[in-house]
Design a protein around this ligand. Sequence first.
Ligand code: MOS
Length: 763
Amino acid sequence: TNEPTVPSPLALGPEEWGPHAIPDPLARDGHERVGAPMPRIDGPQKVRGAAPFAAEFPLDGMVYAALVFSTIAKGRITTLDTAAAEAAPGVVLVMTHRNAPRMRPMPLFETSEKAAGADTLPIMQDERVHWNGQPIAVVLAGTQEQADHAATLVTAAYETERAVTAFAQAKAAGTDPGHFHGPLHLEIGDAEEALTASAVAVDATYRTPPHNHNAIEPHAATVAWYGDELVVHDASQVVSHTAWSLAYILGIEESQVHVTSPYVGGGFGGKLLGQHQVLAAAAARLAGRPVRIVLSREGVYRLIGGRARTEQRVAIGADADGRFTALIHTGTHATTRNNAWPEPFMLATHSHYAAGSFKLDLRMAYLDMLANGSMRAPGGAVGVYALECAVDELAVKLGMDPVELRVRNEPRSGPTDGRPFSSRHIVEAWRAGAERFGWARRNPAPGAVRDGEWLVGMGCATASHPYLRMPGGAARITLTATGRARVEVAAHDMGMGTGTAQTRIIAERLGLPPDRVSFAFGDSAMPGLVPAAGSQQSASIGAAVVAAQHALVAELLKLVGDDSPLAGLDANEIGAMNGGLARLGEPGRHESYAAILSRAGRDEISVEAAAPPPLEMTNLSMHSFGAMFCEVRVNAITGETRVSRFLGSIDCGRVLNARTAASQIRGGIIMGLGLALMEETQFDERYGRILNAGLAEYHVPVHLDVPEIDVIWTDIPDPYAPVGARGIGELGITGAGAAVANAIFNATGRRVRDLPLTLDKLM
Ligand code: MOS
């Protein structure tokens, strides 16, 4: 009943689906799935220390940067004394607003397809201070230690102004409607009235604290000017965006900026464009020396925005059978003015459940603080937490099993837009997950299961993340007469296994063994605008490679002679296999790449092509889903929670590489355990300063906090996704938090709605 009514792009000719749409010849030819586990191809280099990260590019004459941060939230710098720092050993330059080159502010993320800026504040251009922790000086010295020491010698005095640094104060000052590529408010029917009239209802407020980024590799860049050309070795999930944005800020051409990022030690939405790359480029120009900037762990907290504080209302009305008659998800999040990133917590509520009426809304309250950024599943991580806890609360009120309640409200098409699903198998995921986890053994009575001083409970939640594929994907394929292929896309591998999964799938696609294929990425000089963000890279690269393969086949067909077995065939009749091309369904009619090229007297052939526009995204309801199951043990004496078991049953289309994909999901779930139990940026509401700017006091799950995490897949290819795969990068964190909270309720009977669920709240 949930089958799409629009035809698959894979079953259509290009002209039918769109002007640039290209079906995947492999899918039509029934090639096998490529999901078998493959170990990381970059593992050995990383283990040997042979993989150069951003802070490991050695450049002649390079100097090291250290930053000085403001200690007030708002006001003016009245004196800034740099004399002692300038006289310190090894110092070559102290840059402040007095001597920094003139630069434009960052181009806001929303304003251009290539813009990567989080805010539009001036970057060290005047004496104004906009947040507590703003960089006010850059010190360059011969060693990192000399730079760090000299930075401590810079002194500043300020004239402070009244700042808004408390959430309650910000809300009282008036809020604005949230927006992200358009307004976010949505009403279908009269949800408030339906709620009042419903047989059973829950209406609760959930609060989530701000979170900061803590990738293993702190933000870093090694930058050098060669004449008027700027080279930035960055830790980035957006190399092409960064090149364009730096050019805009510095007033030079995009072609004058080259950004590389071959290895990244975690990104999670934090490794975009920050002030540090801009300041390093400006200081390098001023000093006439290459500069390496590595943010200290504290520096990451001062400079790189994370997840916003939210206060969410979720209200659900249901009839006596549990069918939703009203679904309300509204609330407010903290932000700054001129900020690119909303925290759209209500977005997931568009797609989880059928309901008779909807009311979805987001308000923004403005503080004087660091602009929040994007952090793994923006909106979704905290929004799905609130929604899925409310569903659990309703199940308790109804006396219904929470899995059954979810299945009962399974929609037949996109609940708020009526679009057909591309592929939605969440019910299968629930059934398989419940079976594997032993859900039937759960005692639904809260606080009923005890093991010594430990209370034991099980909880579940739906996870979801929207499918995304932004326009701009492109790829280049170079094929040699020796039968090797090199594929280039300006994409990224932040540790999630892009290079490994893509090498495998490209090899299958080209009909070559994986060791004859190299996949190159992480360089703005390569084709494509392919951000490692929004869980879209696999689809984006896949669409581009399919397009490039079609271009390659067309070029190769121009080279085949009359005596080739391929003579007279049309590109649409051809597939790739056994190191060459063959007629689909007639594998004997085959010629190897080497034979085609050598007969034509060519050493190699190179083609570049753009991906088709992402029509699948605009025509269909496309999301990845998961059924998350958690078992916790809560100590009745101390209140501490231990997660003892976790299972993610995932419906994400085709799984490209079972090994790295499971690792992605596990990583997201682990981050979800942190969201549920410990992560919290402690923001001093008197001074607007982050108090716990470091891993000593900002707690994340460590190995002893993480049980074995089981991951299973529906593994049903999505016929509308370019390689059958929807996204998985952000999916895991959504749902995990609610599964933990719901398990804690089942264990203890305590419903805590303020994250994190620390032991003091459970006592
Ligand atoms: Mo993500 S927060 O889109 O890297």
